[in-house]
Design a binder for this molecule. Structure first.
Ligand code: GLU
Length: 334
């Protein structure tokens, strides 16, 4: 094993895994296996309102069913709160309370100044006079704690999307470190865990590409190590342009399994979308390791015809059709 490369699978156990998750984890698994690195399973269950142990158990079963294993873990973020507390204290000089309500933030989110759907927070509460801040804190007004981000651009290279130079306007400006309900943010927990777990290779969807800038800011402020390699990949989206998610119930792995779709059929299909399985034949993950390269990944999101995929699953279960009948609009997004 190449001990210098470490990657991670970082699922949030908030629902059943679906085809989009399988795509994400297959790619992360292949990238690290290709370099003979170490793979860590980290359950991002910091959001105690949405995470459920039952989903964590099921997702580990689903990963194994797909043929994806890991070398370390599972680590649970819910058991690492002390580490986040410690980092949070170190960050205090860079934080300020934000009293903006959900409604106000929602309005900001729909303003046309964000990039790629990322709302830009213009620093409204950064400018509040100290006496007002003190009075509101004394009154017990609900607030989150936001990080004052630097004005300089954050520069890093992504294997798929190339050189990135992201300024506050690109990644959304000052971002929350602790939410108003007291929970630590995904950005903080992820940044700390990636460093403390020695993660060198981060592989995840391109929707989180801008979060890389936020996480690198945190790692730098905390004097932690930074991952050396980023591979962000395009998303699987439905025909309305929505990213595959838990609401696409017919495409959960559980639902596909129920319709007798074999794990290797799913893996073969996803490998086809990744450009490493030309014939779409069923494949096991370990058979794809040598073929994997991030250079064959498409850059545009991949539009899936969910209805046809559903029918495909149905056909599998009734053994009418061996392979997916086509109609997949690969690289269809403009
Ligand atoms: N837990 C995150 C998710 O499920 C993963 C974030 C990451 O890979 O950094 O979307």
């Amino acid at each position: 094993m190449n001990n210098t490369v470490a990657g991670r699978l970082a699922p949030s156990p908030t629902g059943l895994l679906h085809l989009g998750n399988a795509w994400a984890f297959l790619l992360a698994w292949l990238a690290v296996r290709k370099c003979g690195g170490r793979l860590i399973l980290r359950l991002e269950d910091i959001d105690t309102q949405r995470s459920r142990p039952i989903f964590a158990e099921q997702l580990m079963r689903d990963l194994r069913w797909l043929g994806l294993d890991w070398d370390e873990g599972p680590y649970r973020q819910s058991e690492r709160i002390a580490l986040y507390e410690e980092a949070f204290c170190k960050l205090t000089p860079h934080l300020y309370p934000c009293f903006c309500t959900r409604k106000e933030l929602k309005e900001l989110a729909s303003a046309p100044n964000g990039v790629d759907g990322q709302p830009f927070y213009p620093g409204t509460c950064r400018e509040l006079p100290q006496e007002i801040v003190q009075a509101r804190l004394l009154a017990g007004d609900k607030h989150s704690l936001r990080l004052c981000v630097p004005s300089e651009n954050i520069v890093f290279t992504d294997r798929v999307y190339g050189l990135q130079s992201l300024g506050p306007c690109d990644y959304g400006g000052d971002f929350p470190i602790r939410r108003s309900d007291g929970l630590f943010s995904y950005q903080l927990c992820c940044a700390i865990d990636d460093s403390l777990m020695g993660i060198s290779q981060v592989v995840r969807g391109r929707d989180i590409l801008v979060s890389t800038a936020r996480q690198r800011i945190l790692q730098t402020l905390l004097g932690l190590s930074l991952p050396s390699e980023y591979i962000h990949f395009p998303l699987l989206i439905d025909q309305t342009g929505v990213r595959l998610a838990k609401r696409h119930k017919s495409l959960t792995l559980a639902s596909l399994r129920e319709r007798c779709v074999a794990a290797e059929t799913i893996v073969g299909y996803l490998a086809y979308l990744a450009g490493i399985n030309p014939g779409m034949a069923p494949r096991y993950p370990h058979e794809l390791v040598s073929a994997f390269t991030y250079t064959s990944l498409p850059v545009n999101d991949i539009v899936l015809d969910c209805e046809r995929l559903f029918l495909w699953g149905f056909c599998q279960s009734t053994k009418k059709t061996p392979g997916f009948p086509g109609g997949i609009n690969k690289d269809g997004a403009s």
